[in-house]
Design a protein around this ligand. Structure first.
Ligand code: ADP
Ligand code: MG
Length: 895
């Protein structure tokens, strides 16, 4: 009501934006004829001139129309595609840092080029973020000709790429890659110990494709780089065994809705008895075991194999519950992953210690400008606005949407539902209408597949299991009589063209005929033409059969995911139909369906095997979904509020790291300042201002511990603050002499490199400990929530204290090590030293520190080298950091 009123009054912000965009489209269209008459060089020259203007300070927005007009003309010449007017409008939304909601098949890949080229004018690098590596590569190659025509370079990120290439990809004007590649590179950059290891050059502008998948669905699991800790794996097995003996109901209760679980009083008593620990849940010492037990119970009762995870090659691989994709390399946190490993009796990965972590929310919020595109954003507009400050602009389709969406068909049982769904597939198949069957899990895909096999209907099953082939299969899902069963959105990003996708077919055909498209483009062109003709003919048949039919076998908790499934049909004005099949036994209806649905059902009456279809029901189900969506949003918001606390600390630490990496000579003075600070701090603590009692003894102990024996003699007999300050200055002068001596002994460059190592190493290991402490704090805070306190406030308060303590310890360790550090001449790091790209799970090379026993990093593999004091590293010697490179090419590089 309100919305239509707003629209009528011209107040709807979406309408207003569109009106503004349309006016700009008119101006862009006016430029077309003139650009068409230019030759290629002149056309590219236009863009160069516009770039120059931006570098001289013209705001990007002022040249938007000119740039868009140039890009459109270039696209026509290079790709044979002319941006539709609505695509220009989508490009404007992106350029304004908004989310462009454009339906599937509207050509968002091409839309992005407009904003990319405009954004690249400033030379700061544009990142285009995709949902998987296949799409990153495809889109970069597909759109590459436009960029290269204009003299812009393109890079693509892929997993495990060599460091040199990665650096190159980031230096390019445009970089395509997945969210995890970008995010992990950021984290790795912040674990670098030498400037040469940095790959990213800032976060100027990112365009996120399938933005809802990335910023909402994937944002529920943070990116974590971890290394194994010393933690033993055996307790997980013990916990698993104990958990199996506990009874559901009596010993613990499950809240399915919240996906949570709690032990009862009896359960606690029984667990204590089984494990032979009294006070398992009350005694701090056993809290680790208690925690593992609860995780084991969750693993057994809340996490189902082939639904939440699969076991692949002896490893537990998480299944993304929205997309059904396998999330390789991700692990559940908090010991849950190990608990599942114990449950499935596979090798238990050692409890991983977090070395670096960031939520996707906080990664993407670092970009100066962020934009996104997707077919389904409007339902989550509130979240995009609140979390990312991203408004959603809904763009009209290029051609009117004619797909017919039928009301949901609701059955009593899942069995009846699947049988009826299979019947419908059979009917469509008989008349040649292609069907895409969407499921919510691998398990359901298999149920459908069995039913189809029984009916002798040939079909393809698309699970996350066959990831590599997804794109090829989905591309042909629109062929005459094709039946494709896919978990939600498997193969997303690939267009379902009615009658088949000639591009893909041409490539297959070329392979069959032994034609190499690159080496022999003429023969390939012939093949392509054949395929285009074949597909066009087939398309007519498919159109006559009614276009693509989308059949959903369950409603997802989120309407957005259902919309994505529906959106795969009826693209670009194609005919098509869609229907969802539901059962009262489905989780959504069972757990969240209000009495309302039950009520309606009763009123309408229901027979065995019969479905009920009613628009009232469809509405009621949507309401249930809305409730669940809100609930999930609240959880994500909560997660983010906690991460925000750490985010400030992370920014502080990473900022410090970056300035240390950037500091060339300044680092020596910086190290000295830390020494001075530490000294001042020790004195201030022991001899506080005001009336408090001074503690000479405490100061003596700490001075000795930090600066070595002898330092304590400076405050012998000191009783007042005034005397202490005097002693402090004397000691400072003494330390400065030792410090200068040290620097001289090491040599200027060497001192700078070593001190940089010391500071970074100390900072990193303390930060790591801090992350661990924060995890524990968070776990503990959860328990405290039972009291009257606001857990978030408590968390903020305590984590601030932890952070301050950490900074104090960093300063002291650095002050201490600065005087002890030294290097060896011979003896390169034995093996194990790694250079190049540090992958998640790997550990940063650790500098060699003398007397650094307290700095031993768990998991650093004991790569320490025996040291001899006072010797220098020759420029041609292997670098002491263990990189395996010569010192002069590594840490001793003079740049
Ligand atoms: P989306 O990401 O919006 O779902 P895609 O970028 O995958 O859509 O494009 C869908 C199809 O539309 C592609 O096959 C592409 O070639 C085609 N297409 C996009 N824009 C145009 C255009 N301006 N002219 C002709 N074809 C286009
Ligand atoms: Mg796409």
């Amino acid at each position: 009501m309100l919305d239509s009123l707003k629209r009528a009054l011209g107040l709807d912000p979406n309408e207003r934006a569109l009106r503004r965009y349309r006016q700009r489209v008119v101006r862009i269209n006016e430029l077309e004829a003139a650009l068409r008459s230019l030759n290629d060089e002149e056309l590219a020259g236009r863009y160069d001139a516009l770039r120059k203007q931006v570098l001289e300070g013209t705001p990007e927005d002022e040249i938007l129309e000119d740039v868009f007009a140039v890009v459109r003309e270039v696209a026509v010449r290079t790709l044979g595609m002319r941006h539709f007017d609505v695509q220009l409008m989508g490009g404007m939304a992106l350029s304004e840092g908004k989310i462009a909601e454009m339906k599937t098949g509207e050509g968002k890949t091409l839309v992005a080029t407009l904003a990319v080229v405009l954004g690249a004018a400033s030379g700061k690098g544009v990142h285009v973020v995709t949902v998987n590596d296949y799409l990153a590569k495809r889109d970069a190659e597909w759109m590459g000709p436009i960029y290269r025509f204009l003299g812009l370079s393109v890079g693509v990120l892929y997993p495990y790429m060599p460091q040199e290439e990665r650096l190159e990809a980031y230096r390019a004007d445009v970089t395509y890659g997945t969210n995890s590649e970008f995010g992990f590179d950021y984290l790795r950059d912040n674990m670098a110990v030498h400037p040469s290891q940095l790959v990213q050059r800032g976060h100027a502008f990112a365009i996120v494709d399938e933005v809802d998948s990335i910023l909402i669905d994937e944002a529920r699991t943070p990116l974590i780089i971890s290394g194994p800790s010393e933690d033993a794996t055996e307790p997980y097995v013990v916990a698993d065994r104990a958990a199996r003996k506990l009874q559901k109901g009596a010993d613990f209760e499950i809240d399915e809705k919240e996906r949570n679980l709690a032990l009862t009083e009896e359960g606690i008593a029984r667990a204590e008895q089984i494990l032979g620990h009294a006070g398992l849940f009350s005694d701090w010492q056993h809290s680790e075991m208690a925690h593992k037990l609860v995780q084991a119970l969750k693993a057994i009762h809340l996490f189902q194999r082939d639904v939440h995870y699969v076991v692949k090659d002896g490893e537990i691989v998480i299944v993304d519950e929205f997309t059904g994709r396998l999330m390789f390399g991700r692990r559940y946190s908090d010991g849950l992953h190990q608990a599942i490993e114990a449950k499935e009796r596979v090798r238990i990965g050692r409890e991983n210690q977090t070395l670096a972590t960031i939520t996707l929310q906080n990664y993407f919020r670092m970009y100066r400008k962020l934009a996104g595109m997707t077919g389904t954003a409007a339902t989550e507009a509130e979240e995009f606005k609140e979390i990312y400050g991203l408004p959603v602009i809904v763009l009209p389709t290029n051609r009117p949407l004619v797909r017919e969406d039928f009301s949901d068909a609701i059955f009593r049982t899942k069995r009846e539902k699947f049988l009826a769904a299979a019947e419908e597939v059979a009917e469509c198949h008989a008349k040649g209408q292609p069907v895409l069957v969407g499921t919510t899990s691998i398990e359901n895909s298999e149920v459908m597949s069995k039913l189809l096999k029984a009916r002798k209907i040939p079909h393809e099953v698309l699970n996350a299991k066959y990831h590599e082939k997804e794109a090829q299969i989905v591309a042909q899902a629109g062929r005459f009589g094709a039946v494709t069963v896919a978990t939600n959105m498997a193969g997303r990003g690939t267009d379902i063209v009615l009658g088949g996708n000639p591009e893909f077919l041409a490539r297959d055909e070329a392979r069959l005929r032994g034609v190499d498209p690159v080496a022999d483009p003429e023969s390939f062109a012939v093949i392509r033409e054949e395929m285009v003709a074949q597909c066009a003919a087939e398309r007519e048949k498919v159109l006559a059969a009614g276009g693509l039919h989308i059949l959903g076998t369950e409603r997802h908790e989120s309407r957005r995911i259902d919309n994505q499934l529906r959106g795969r049909g009826g693209r670009q004005g194609d005919p098509g139909t869609s229907r969802f099949y539901l059962a009262l036994e489905d989780d959504l209806l069972r757990l969240f369906g209000s009495e309302r649905i039950q009520g309606i059902m009763e009123k309408l009456g229901m027979e065995e095997g019969e479905a009920i279809e009613h628009s009232l029901l469809t509405k009621a189900i949507e309401n249930a979904q809305r409730k669940v969506e809100q609930y999930h949003f609240d959880i994500r918001r909560q997660l983010l509020m906690y991460d925000n606390v750490m985010n400030q600390q992370r920014e502080a630490v990473y900022g410090e790291r970056r300035s240390i990496l950037a500091a060339e000579d300044g680092i020596v003075e910086h190290a000295w300042e830390i020494v001075e600070d530490t000294l001042a701090n020790i004195i201030d603590t022991a001899f506080p201002e005001g009336d408090a009692e001074p503690d000479t003894n405490a100061a003596a102990v700490r001075l000795k511990a930090v600066f070595g024996p002898g330092a304590e003699t400076f405050i012998e007999g000191v009783a007042s603050r005034a005397e202490a300050l005097d002693a402090r200055d004397k000691l400072a002068r003494h330390l400065r002499e030792r410090f200068d001596e040290k620097v001289k002994q090491l040599g200027g460059n060497m001192a700078a490199d070593l001190f940089r190592f010391v500071v970074l190493h100390v900072l990193d290991s303390r930060w790591k400990e801090h992350l661990l402490g924060m995890d524990e704090l968070r776990r503990g805070i959860g328990l405290r929530a039972i009291g009257q306190k606001d857990p978030l406030l408590e968390y903020q308060f305590e984590s601030y204290n932890l952070f301050q303590e950490m900074l104090g310890r960093v300063r002291e360790s650095v002050a201490e090590l600065v005087f002890r550090v030294s290097v060896v001449a011979e003896g390169a790091a034995p093996g194990g030293g790694r250079s190049g790209s540090v992958r998640p799970g790997a550990v940063t090379p650790v500098p060699v520190l003398l007397g650094a026993s307290r700095e031993e990093t768990p998991g650093s593999g004991g790569e320490r080298v025996p040291l001899r004091k006072g010797e220098r590293v020759g420029r041609n010697d292997p670098c002491p950091c263990g990189s395996g490179k010569k010192y002069k090419h590594c840490c001793g590089r003079v740049s």
